[in-house]
Design a protein around this ligand. Structure first.
Ligand code: PLP
Length: 287
């Protein structure tokens, strides 16, 4: 079955989707995106994703002609039309093409945003990477200062992911002023020997992960002490457990950082439990 995507009001096969080369998303990375998970054929936690989208759009001064409910509804349709039982729906909105000035840094007078969505199948509940755990390296943080906006300007992250690949590992955690900010496409956490879960506080320095919020709530319910604080790679090497969270991998156990084995080198007990609870809660919320 060919992939059906959504572009500016229409569903169509991927091969037929065309965007102008002067689209500001292409010329300036002038756009925002979201990725929401699909479980049992339904979008999970899509309300907070839509709230973050709305906020991101506001932060870059972009008005769109669609309500967040309409957008959420189209995302579900993308999942349905592609028969996605488990996976993701990707959504991107850019400030569109400026036919008047072609490439002017200032916003177009009458912007016509481009909205594009596609779906992807992925085994989320029995992800082999989650069973084995992932290995990460640390790399310097080189991104801009508004990482709280889910901008499509992801060059730093693509370089980071490639650096990880070149090093023969799965991902990279970025480090600024000696402290871990987050993963290239996920929030980063450690659990210390004292059973404290350390999560970097929400500021402009990291993306406010939607999965992060749910996982921190579950951790509190599990009697783990949640500390919103910063940690450095040395602390991470000595951690009892480490993991990352994202809509596209849910809770991913990290079993190695810069060649240091975390715990016994297998996904940790707390992390596994958080992952199970997250899946249970997500399923309950769509049942
Ligand atoms: N941090 C960054 C830099 C990300 O790109 C992502 C997801 O794409 C996350 C964190 C996790 O966010 P979420 O849990 O909303 O997927």
């Amino acid at each position: 079955m060919s992939t059906i995507v959504y572009l500016n009001g229409e569903f169509m096969p991927l091969e037929e989707a065309k965007i102008s080369p002067i689209d500001r998303g292409f010329l300036f990375a002038d756009g925002i995106y979201e990725v929401s998970a699909v479980l049992d054929g339904k979008m999970i936690e899509n309300q907070p994703h839509m709230a973050r989208l709305d906020r991101s759009l506001g932060e870059i001064g972009m008005d769109v002609p669609w309500s967040m409910d309409e957008i959420a509804d189209i995302m579900q349709q993308v999942a349905d039309k592609n028969g996605i039982v488990e996976g993701m729906v990707y959504l991107q909105i850019t400030r569109g093409a400026d036919w008047d000035k072609v490439r002017d840094f200032g916003f177009p007078k009458d912007p016509k945003p481009t909205m594009f969505m596609f779906g992807q199948h992925k085994n989320l509940s029995a992800d082999p990477a989650a069973e084995k755990g992932i290995r990460v390296i640390t790399i310097p943080e080189i991104r801009w200062e508004r990482r709280d906006i889910k901008s499509v300007a992801l060059l730093a992250q693509t370089l980071g992911k490639q650096a990880a690949k070149d090093a023969g590992v799965d991902d990279a955690w970025m480090v600024e002023d000696g402290l871990v900010t987050e993963g290239t496409s996920n929030s980063a956490f450690i659990i210390t020997e004292n059973d404290e879960l350390i999560a970097r506080p929400l500021t402009n320095e990291i993306l406010p992960g939607i999965t992060r919020i749910a996982v921190l709530k579950l951790a509190e319910e599990m009697q783990l002490k949640v500390v919103e604080g910063k940690f450095d790679p040395e602390q991470a090497y000595k951690a009892k457990e480490a993991f990352s969270t994202s809509a596209s991998a849910l809770v991913a156990p990290v079993v190695e950082i810069d060649g240091h084995r975390i715990g016994d080198g297998k996904p940790g007990v707390y992390t596994k439990r958080l992952r199970e609870l997250y899946l249970e809660e997500a399923r309950k919320s769509i049942a």
